[in-house]
Design a binder for this molecule. Sequence first.
Ligand SMILES: NC(=O)c1ccc[n+]([C@@H]2O[C@H](COP(=O)([O-])OP(=O)(O)OC[C@H]3O[C@@H](n4cnc5c(N)ncnc54)[C@H](O)[C@@H]3O)[C@@H](O)[C@H]2O)c1
Length: 366
Amino acid sequence: MSKINIAIIGLGDMGTGHLRGFDVLENARIHAVCDSNPLAAEKAIKQLKNNKPVYYSTYHDVMQDESVEAVVIAVPGYLHEEVFMECIRANKHVLLEKPVAINYESFKRMKHAADNSDRVIQIGLVYRYSRFYRTIAQKLRGERELGDVMLAWCKEYRQCFPQEDWFYDKNKSGGAIVEKNCHHFDIFNWVIGSKPKKVFAMGGQHVYKDKAGCLIDCNYSLSEPKVINDISIVDHAIVAIEYENGAKANLNLCMYLRPMNVSGDGLEIGFIGSNGKQLIARRDEEFGIFGGERCDGTIYIQSPADDGGQFGHIGCQTQRLEFLECIENSKKPYAGINETYDALITAFAAEKSIEEGRIIDLSEFC
Ligand SMILES: NC(=O)c1ccc[n+]([C@@H]2O[C@H](COP(=O)([O-])OP(=O)(O)OC[C@H]3O[C@@H](n4cnc5c(N)ncnc54)[C@H](O)[C@@H]3O)[C@@H](O)[C@H]2O)c1
């Protein structure tokens, strides 16, 4: 079987997941890896079972390597644009981690470059690749189980981001909502099937706010707990969205739950349709449809381990397989840059609404 030569740039939490995932795919060869921190690279490379990549300490060298056909970009958000633009100039296929960009100006430049490239450009919106959310989309968009989806909610109550400084600096991550919730806005948009029109958000800092420094100890982080200074992102938010078709959605975010999630249902996503029925999804692994003839509900369960979860987030292994398939067959990816547009704009608008204390009409972003 012929193999596609890939390079992975950024070997932290997400890049290491990509490394482990691509390592077991028969049609991929991890030809190169790159991280500016040699220790991060060394730690990640130790996890490989099937590949022996060359190591580069700067991503410029990855671009010069003509054997590299495709690049996985898993560096912090503020570096996405520079690495992505260089990949496009070097004519590489790209799997770019979400969020595409940390602000709208950067996003526009990247989208323009993507629109003018014939390479496969896939975005790491993993939920779009999970069996679990694809089943929900099929039930709601395909089979119209709820009629028209008119109300949606997402409650994400969780612990803090990992103890890496860039997450906590709005100029580097884009803010908590841009960094985290572009995923959830994308699920809303996908399932509602209309365009978001207006966004109002409130948010602030209840716990992670101390200018003198806060001890951050996220339990899945690869790094030791540490004190982070000058936190400029919110640690909680409530975001309301209105759609062109009149549908409404809201997101409730808390990022200071301790320990991670005692009740075990930190993530809940739900929808109510015009026929009065509802679908409620919990923990990315179980959803029920309630109402109508079947008041007691029908429960669907999808084990995260069988949905890509053994290599990171649900959907992530399917996303890698489909990336390779798109390259092999010159296909458009399921989550390209245009599919992420509305979710990212919604996130930018929510951050702006919190800063300016007003409703943001999404026509401001054009
Ligand atoms: N799809 C998802 O569900 C998901 C989940 C988590 C993170 N992410 C995304 O993945 C990306 C990385 O996040 P993470 O949690 O892995 O961050 P991280 O801080 O754990 O890792 C980032 C890595 O990039 C390296 N790096 C920094 N500057 C570099 C440079 N100039 N050249 C090469 N390497 C450099 C760092 O040394 C570090 O090892 C972000 O865009 C984040 O939003 C996506």
